[in-house]
Ligand binder design. Structure first.
Ligand code: GLY
Ligand code: MN
Ligand code: MN
Length: 436
């Protein structure tokens, strides 16, 4: 039986026919001076190889007689390994990563042409590494200039990233296992955070406890900078300072999740720090929760991708009109995007190896692609009433009691043949449980 990565490579090879696809690993990123960030592999590279080192290149050449999967890797180097860690090396890479042929990355220029010259196309994603992009372009141009002598060679470059967006949009069982584990750990951290939050505590204490649980349970760490936003900080969508001391009467918005084997959880909950919503907080919480329930119900196989956002937008706008925070016809308000003053982001995104994961959303005719079984998507409507909110012309002035309230509720949802499965249901969200 083919292993997981071989199955994925097989699917790419079926798509590229007589083409050659080339994937580069992520680079090491400098933190400061000669200190590097922990290495994080490129998601596409990891998806196809499971190989977790920098300075590597993977080539898929289904038309090549002898080698279909070729890896270029860092060679073993005992001295360098003493400083910066173990390297798989050429021999082990062949054995453990299923490559038909493995070379030292130092020999890329020498060996790459033979895997390109019989291809009709090169699939490559032009990434941030301009030097490497130039190197690949140079190979392509060389082959093109001698095409007339061979009668073969890649006549065009197509984006390898687009291929991967198509494949990664649907999660395979191994990916779902990792996502479920990332979510289980993140759920534990959210539940602990809720138990711990109290007036007088600092936001960073909550962050520290959550991230302690992430590591303790074997996750890599946060999937993205944890947002622990109390009071009016919740109105800053990407608030990550997490320094404020919480007060009675505050809501606490926590948007945090961990990465487990590079698979990410993304969960938001909002609850009152002292266990009691104010009247205004309660009304808005109920509204966001209602919008979220309805949006989740719209995540159905076959439903166009925009539908859940439209459902959330409509529910929130209707509610804002009922509460007297917006004035006008709901359709007109939505058309004029007036709801965006309180709900300014999308309702969700695919989730997987990347927090904002791969997946093409629209067809060429601008229509939205439908959800399919195996998609994982976040559903995260919210309302944010800035402390400095100024109504637009024709809109009502609002009482100060509404100001500085920010609420988001975010779950991770798997599309199944029978409808949405909320993967994050271990974190409560009913109003009663938020007031526990
Ligand atoms: N935490 C990032 C997001 O919700 O998209
Ligand atoms: Mn989030
Ligand atoms: Mn999200």
């Amino acid at each position: 039986m083919l292993d997981l990565y071989a199955q994925r490579r097989q699917r790419v090879m079926a798509l590229i026919g007589n083409g050659t696809a080339l994937f580069a690993s992520a680079p090491l990123v400098v933190m400061h001076n000669d200190v590097e960030h922990p290495f994080r592999q490129d998601s596409n590279f990891y998806y196809l190889t499971g190989f977790n080192e920098p300075q590597a290149v993977a080539v898929l050449a289904p038309h090549h007689g002898e080698h279909r999967f070729i890896l270029f890797v860092r060679p073993k180097d005992p001295e360098k390994e003493t400083w910066s860690g173990y390297r798989v090396g050429v021999d082990q890479a062949r054995e453990h990563y299923g490559a038909d042929q493995v070379y030292s990355i130092a020999d890329l220029d020498e060996h790459l042409p033979k895997y390109l010259e019989t291809a009709d196309r090169l699939y490559y994603h032009f990434g941030h590494n301009q030097v490497f992009n130039q190197r690949i372009l140079h190979h392509w141009q060389n082959l093109l200039s001698s095409y007339h002598k061979r009668g073969t060679g890649p006549v065009a470059i197509e984006d390898a990233g687009l291929l991967m967006q198509t494949l990664r949009r649907i999660k395979d069982p191994a990916e779902l296992d990792n996502l479920r584990r990332a979510i289980a750990i993140s759920a534990q951290a959210h539940n602990q955070a809720r138990a711990m939050a109290a007036p007088g505590r600092y936001e960073y204490e909550i962050q520290a406890e959550m991230e302690r649980i992430f590591r303790l349970e074997g996750a890599l760490g946060p999937a993205y900078p944890s947002i622990v936003a109390s009071g009016e900080n919740a109105c800053i969508l990407h608030y990550i300072e997490n320094r404020r001391q919480m007060q009675a009467g505050d809501l606490l918005l926590i948007d945090a999740g961990c990465a487990y084997y590079y698979y990410n959880a993304d969960i938001t909950r909002t609850f009152p720090v002292n266990g009691r919503f104010t009247a205004e907080q309660r009304l808005l919480y109920d509204l966001v929760l209602e919008a979220q329930h309805r949006a989740i119900a719209a995540v159905q196989p076959g439903a166009p991708f925009n539908q859940f956002h439209d459902v959330a937008t409509r529910t929130l706008t209707e509610g804002l009109v009922e509460l007297g925070l917006l004035r006008g016809e709901v359709d007109t308000l939505i058309e004029e995007k007036q709801h965006k003053v309180f709900f300014m982001h999308g309702t969700g995104h695919f989730l997987g190896l990347d927090v904002h994961d791969a997946g093409i959303l629209r067809n060429a005719d601008k229509s939205w692609k439908p959800f399919e079984s195996g998609n994982v998507v976040t559903v995260e409507p919210g309302l944010y009433i800035s402390p400095t909110y100024e109504p637009a012309a024709g809109q009502p002035t609002i009482d100060d009691r509404w100001r500085g309230i920010g609420i988001r509720i975010e779950d991770d949802v798997l599309v199944t043949p029978t409808g949405p499965e909320v993967l994050t249901s271990a974190v409560p969200k009913s109003r009663a449980e938020m007031e526990d």
